[in-house]
Design a protein around this ligand. Structure first.
Ligand code: PGA
Length: 264
């Protein structure tokens, strides 16, 4: 049985004081959660949030990392520094760092949004470096609306996973987390239908089986992310291939996030 895993991705939300306050609320409410729980604060709040959660069952994740420990890399954060600040996990390849964010129709030139620049190759090198340095990567994948409309969802998602997992061993894959996040469902309130989310998570699992073996595919945990709320969490989390959730907006209020954890 795979243990369910729910992470809150706070994105660019919560000042240090707000993050600590939310962490304290979660800590008080979750002395013994029935699933794995974690939060991903901004880099600025990460250390204070980790301090507030020290000794609790709630894990802390970075929202990104770089593939060098230190040096002349303006704006970057290494897995080593994340660990030093109290993180155990790191989100890698979120569509917002791949530059795949934004519903395409909202801008004239979607390429203009590709400013953060993550690619399957950079996701792979970040994931490998995070693993080498003792962080659990949460590797994100997911198709754009245009890719779904063109019938390319499975091809896009399995291609992202194949690229992300290059040169990562079966044992490492078994221990990491994959998040399936259809880009059109992120922050839009338009959740992917649970059967379809389960089906694509199954495609991801089959991809892992093809690249490695059945045991690795059975072990890896695959979250769904994209407009997960307390009222749709139960149905999503009841699906056989959905092992948890990566929650954005609904992780910013303790009651909503706790409602999702309650649905496990
Ligand atoms: P959302 O974001 O829950 O606000 O849709 C999910 C995510 O981007 O991880």
């Amino acid at each position: 049985m795979r243990r369910k895993v729910i992470f809150g991705n706070w994105k660019l939300n919560k000042t240090v004081a707000e993050g600590v306050a939310l962490a304290k609320e979660l800590r008080a409410a979750l002395p013994n959660p029935k699933c794995e729980v974690g939060v991903a604060p901004t880099f600025l709040a990460l250390n204070a949030v980790a301090e507030a959660l020290k000794g609790s069952p709630i894990a802390v994740a970075g929202q990104n990392c770089f593939w060098k420990e230190k040096g002349a890399y303006t704006s970057q954060i290494s897995p080593q520094y994340l660990k030093d600040a109290g993180a155990s996990h790191v989100i890698i390849g979120h569509s917002e760092t791949r530059g795949r964010f934004g519903v395409e129709e909202s801008v004239e030139d979607p390429d203009a949004l590709k400013v953060f620049g993550d690619t399957d190759a950079s996701v792979n090198i970040k994931a490998r470096y995070a693993l080498e340095n003792g962080l659990v990567p949460i590797i994100c994948c997911g198709e754009l609306l245009s890719e779904r409309k063109a019938g390319n969802t499975d091809k896009v998602v399995s291609g992202q996973i194949e690229g992300a997992l290059k040169n990562i061993t079966a044992a490492q894959v078994a221990g990491l987390v994959i998040a399936y996040e259809p880009v059109w469902a992120i922050g839009t309130g338009e959740v992917c239908a649970s059967d379809e989310a389960d089906r694509v998570c199954g495609v991801i699992r089959a991809t892992v089986a093809r690249l490695y073996d059945q045991a690795t595919a059975e072990a890896v945990r695959i979250q769904y992310g994209g407009s997960v709320k307390p009222d749709n969490a139960k149905e999503l989390l009841s699906k056989p291939n959905i092992d948890g959730a990566l929650v954005g907006g609904a992780s910013l209020k303790a009651a909503d996030f706790l409602g999702i954890i309650e649905a496990v």
